[in-house]
Write a new protein. Structure first.
Length: 107
């Protein structure tokens, strides 16, 4: 039993040449730098602007999904229940900005 107690008193070898306080300070510094760089590099929110227009009158289904952060099946469900009215131009489906705005700001 005395041998085990004697082993516990021996300092454990350090695997890296830093004092624990210096190590944790360097870790904190690295984390702060990464957080600051992540805040600077925020992803750009896609803008849907058309030159010459104050707003874009028609939106594709993918753009509506991006605006509302939803999936295509949700859009199909909204069309089925009458929340959005689709407009088909050739083989593409579009939605009016006024309809999208009504969903974003219900009165």
């Amino acid at each position: 039993m005395k041998e085990i107690q004697a082993i516990d008193r021996i300092a454990t070898p350090m695997l890296f040449p830093y004092e624990p306080q210096m190590f944790w300070e360097s870790i904190r510094k690295i984390v702060r730098e990464e957080i600051e760089s992540a805040e600077i590099k925020k992803p750009d929110i896609p803008t849907y602007e058309t030159p010459g227009l104050t707003y874009k009158p028609l939106y594709k289904i993918a753009e509506v999904c991006t605006i509302f952060h939803i999936t295509k099946p949700t859009i199909y469900d909204w069309v089925k229940h009458g929340k959005l009215k689709p407009f088909k131009i050739r083989s593409r489906v579009y939605f009016l900005w006024q309809d999208i705005d009504k969903l974003m700001h219900p009165e």
